[in-house]
Design a protein around this ligand. Structure first.
Ligand code: SF4
Length: 286
């Protein structure tokens, strides 16, 4: 393959930066290295519409049919280039020249792909062809809304065998908050059920985006509800690895973009301390 990317920076998340359909490289500030992204939503379709979403021309919908042979070929070709070619030296900053993970994270919800389980199988098979460290993670970044589907659960079982991790989106646990931030009417009960299922199948982190809306941070009632929810989960023995707390890294591409702004590190650390007091780790990315 002949990658055509310019030198990558943490700000560069363009899904077509390697000129491929499904596979793209990202220097991830959260991961601290190079992340091999797999985008199962080249049609820019998601079943949610988060206010901070950075997908261009986002539309409501599901992933299209996945061309599995093409995905396999792209992943194999890209891994070959990373390990044996000059891509790392020419395109990746020196401090990020380590393959940190393979991440299913794209322009929409990855689990909406009908072929989700087969995709995980393909990743496992191709990964095994290369001398990659055992510590390499395969991460699924998901809004968690489709985990009740059997095929998704089968995929999550396979994911666990690949040193997998689920990053499960949890921005709000109130009906009004979830409607406002994620534009979803999915019930809290369904979300909790899906979260419990996820955590039972594969190591699961909560990923929580905090930001100011019209200059105001999340309301105290929102924060209290979040803390109570996580506390109850832990008391019920749900195995949550921890919380990834982050704020806006790049501008939203949604119509509300001008109303959103980053929240301060101090605010995040204060909230993180409340979560940590429940007994789980929190990784803050200001
Ligand atoms: S779940 Fe992800 S892809 Fe979907 S709208 Fe939200 S941020 Fe965008």
């Amino acid at each position: 393959m002949q990658p055509t990317v310019k030198r990558l920076t943490p700000e560069d998340h363009s899904r077509d930066s390697a000129g491929l359909t499904y596979v793209y490289p990202v220097v991830s500030r959260r991961a601290g290295g190079l992340s091999i992204g797999i985008n199962l939503n080249p049609n820019n379709a998601c079943n949610w519409r988060c206010l901070y979403c950075q997908v261009p021309a986002l539309k409501r919908g599901s992933a299209p049919a996945i061309d599995l042979p093409k995905l396999e070929q792209e992943l194999r070709g890209f891994l070959h280039e990373l390990i044996y070619g000059r891509f790392m030296q020419e395109k990746v900053p020196p401090e990020a020249r380590v393959i940190h993970d393979i991440a299913l994270s794209g322009n929409g919800e990855p689990t909406s792909a009908q072929e989700f389980e087969q995709v995980i199988r393909v990743i496992g098979e191709v990964k095994d062809e290369f001398p990659l460290p055992d510590t390499l993670k395969v991460i699924l970044i998901t809004n968690g809304s489709l985990i009740h589907r059997e095929t998704v659960q089968n995929g999550l079982g396979r994911l666990a065998q690949l040193n997998g991790e689920i990053w499960f989106k949890l921005d709000s646990v109130t009906k009004a908050g979830r409607l406002q931030v994620n534009n979803t009417r999915m019930s809290l009960a369904r979300m909790r059920e899906n979260l419990c299922l996820a955590a039972s199948l594969c190591p699961t982190w909560l990923q929580t985006c905090v930001f100011k809306l019209d200059e105001a941070p999340p309301a105290q009632t929102e924060l209290d509800a979040y803390i109570s929810f996580v506390d109850a989960l832990l008391r019920d023995g749900v195995q949550i690895k921890g919380v990834l707390l982050y704020t806006l890294a790049r501008p939203s591409l949604q119509p509300e973009a001008a109303r959103l702004s980053k929240i301060s590190e101090e605010w995040m650390e204060t909230f993180a301390a409340r979560i940590k007091a429940l007994g789980i780790p929190v990784n803050v990315t200001p």
